[in-house]
Design a protein around this ligand. Structure first.
Ligand code: GYE
Length: 306
């Protein structure tokens, strides 16, 4: 039975499921921790997991979702690389009668709607993450500084929202701060280093780097050091995620802060699947609480970091 448009497909109650997990890429510790958490949870519950890695390509990820549909999975966990192309893939799943849960990144609501075309989104409040880093930076600098912003993957919900949260906070609360330049480093360490290198050369007066994730912040720290400057002294670096390398960089004084964004989705994501099958109502947006790390607590968080 194909459900009417605007209705999430039902899920039969079973002990074990064949589920798909469409990962976006695997080139950093955050993604590896997320994949491990999903695989561990599937194994714990005795569910069969069809795992795909889109290797940083939205087109491949669309094909991955289509292949899961063809293989007749019961349910799809999707970590969508970009908001628009993957929203279209979600509509294919809905037409095939397969419920989808968006994990960690969300989809374009003009194309596919939470609670109608797909079951729900579970992840962080990215606007709030940007706001929290903005507030911390203003407090740390007394509201003064010239900022270089390293954006995440173009067209992804965390890049859009982390930019909005931070930029709006600076605009509203710190009239003496300016964002000199803002460019995508694709959430990757290498790309972050390259973009930071170019932007630091073009703007030698920069005093702050805001990166949308730790990988790019670590790339920026390398670029700052290569330029003969001292991260944490000449240039304050701030970011998001809370990876082990980033917590260590905070302990070492090179990174100012990192707002947590937890990658360990397995237990909560599978809970949602089983609750939905049991007939429970699933809220369309499920927001993970985030910790916040700086010099006051980074060392204590290191032992359990990824
Ligand atoms: O912050 C980043 C990863 O989508 C929330 O993607 C996630 C982000 C995370 O590549 O490091």
């Amino acid at each position: 039975i194909v459900p009417a448009f605007g209705q999430v497909p039902p899920l039969k109650k079973k002990d074990h499921y064949k589920v798909g997990f469409a990962q976006t890429e695997s080139n950093n510790p955050w993604r590896l921790a997320q994949t491990a958490s999903m695989k561990d949870e599937a194994a714990k519950r005795g569910d069969q997991l069809v795992y795909t890695d889109a290797a940083g390509s939205a087109a491949k990820q669309v094909a991955d979702v289509n292949s899961m549909i063809a293989q007749g999975v019961d349910f799809i966990f999707l970590a969508p690389r970009e908001e628009k192309p993957l929203a279209t893939a979600v509509l294919n799943a809905r037409r095939a009668g397969i419920p989808v849960l968006a994990i960690d990144r969300d989809l374009d609501q003009a194309i596919a709607k939470r609670g109608q075309d797909y079951l729900a989104f579970i992840g962080s409040n990215f606007i709030q993450e940007g706001q929290r880093v903005g507030d911390w930076t203003i407090a740390k600098t007394g509201g003064k500084g010239k900022i270089i912003e390293l954006e995440g993957t173009i067209g992804s919900s965390p890049a859009n929202d982390r930019k909005k949260g931070f930029d709006d906070t600076i605009k509203a609360k710190a009239p003496d701060m300016v964002i000199l330049a803002s460019q995508s480093g694709d959430f990757a360490r290498d790309k972050g280093r390259q973009v930071a290198e170019t932007l630091l050369q073009a703007h030698p007066d920069a005093t702050i780097v805001y990166a949308h994730n730790d990988e790019m912040a670590l790339g920026a720290i390398a670029a700052i050091e290569a330029a003969g400057k001292v991260p944490g002294k000449d240039i304050l670096v701030v970011s998001i995620d809370g990876e082990k390398d980033a917590l260590q960089a905070i302990v070492d004084g090179k990174l100012g802060c990192s707002c947590e964004c937890n990658p360990r989705f397995g237990p909560a994501a599978f809970d949602i699947l089983y609750k939905y099958a049991a007939g429970e109502t699933i809220p369309p947006s499920i927001i993970n609480p985030d910790h916040f790390y700086d010099a006051s607590n980074a060392a204590a968080a290191l032992p359990t970091a990824y």
